[in-house]
Design a binder for this molecule. Sequence first.
Ligand code: 9WN
Length: 439
Amino acid sequence: MSAELWNSAARVLETNWQGDHMVPSRRLYPHQWSWDAAFIAVGLAYVNPTRAWRDLRSLFEAQWPDGRVPHIVFDPATAEADYFPGPAFWSVPAYASRPRHGSTGIVQPPLHAVAAYEVYRRAAAHGAACVQQAYGELEWLYPRLVAQQTYLTTRRDLGGNGLASIVHPWESGLDNSPAWDAAMANVPADMSLLTTFRRRDLDVSDASHRPTDRDYARYVGLVLSYRAEDYSDTGLLQRHAFAVECPSYNSILGAAELSLAQIAAVLGLTAEADAHRDRAQRITQAIVKRLWNPETGTFHARDVRTGTLSPAHCVSGLMPLMLPGLPAEQVAGILAEARSERFGLPDETGLPVPSYDRTAPDFDTQRYWRGPVWINVNWLLRRGLLVHGRRDEAEDLRAAMVRLVHRNGHFEYFHPKNGEGLGAPTFSWTAALALDLLA
Ligand code: 9WN
């Protein structure tokens, strides 16, 4: 089974390579996405480390002067009509955009330091030249990764509590997660906006799997609001309808500091390595202080505008397990939540965990981040289980992910009851992470 799966995964990454970057899938997502590039690099580390570095470089070449790494880098060879919203819609200021390439003005989870260190770690298996290349790439990336963290921890600390806020659901990577429902209810849904654009995603996928038109009206409205001031973060909380502290986003922010500490150590930057570890600890403490709900015993998203915690139990609430400094009470809480009937680690269901609480009345087996199983967040959860020494559960989760992808294919997401593949069929991060899970 493993050779077959390995080969099919490698083929997906071959098919989706576009000269200097990887697309998540050819039809649905024909550009480069930010957090996809991180997951993809983790897999490319085994089959083509040069492409792993190339992909990360392509992304960071599009970094804005203020340090933000855009959530999409547009491929100039792809027509505007092939993805909505495309570069003309985002219309980012000229100073921000790399020549010939447009980008969006929002960000995604900063997983790239974690990925870069993983690619570096695997280099030795490919020989001395590969190790040397990896060292050079880390030298190039390190200041850029630091600038990305600085942007998020300063300009985007909208609540002033040591956490980064997302200002658009797309920034979370978990687009229509129920974690944003309460905060999104306060975002105007101007349905007349729907007459001004065409949803390309509905041309190439099933509408019952995708966010709704009402979601899209809000998504577009939020882009227009941020775009109105050229994506400036100054005074954003006062003039923008959505600002949320997400447990998954901030856990990745913290994990990035720990990987930066490792990268700094490789580069001989001892004082910087210590500073990164301190920052990871501060982010961990802020996550516990701001996003833990002792009554539910898990983590929830906080609406920075109203100060309230979302009541929804989402997979994002399990992600702080990635942080080694998480106190024992919270580790126990996440483990209980992951094992509970809400999520059911594989010994209950045989499947990886779903994106949303199985027991919730609005659990939806098809609609994107409102129920289906996604490999990337399960991969992060497994990382968390390993960080906290839960080897047996980590192994069960690994086996469940491998089984699911082997039986059903390298799909974008999977039906949380029967494992059927949903969304794009040859999806890059599913393939890339399958390689890592098999290695
Ligand atoms: C919007 C590319 C991206 C992923 C996100 C996923 C989806 C885009 C979309 O696809 O979002 O950014 O058009 O739905 O939710 O996690 O990065 O794979």
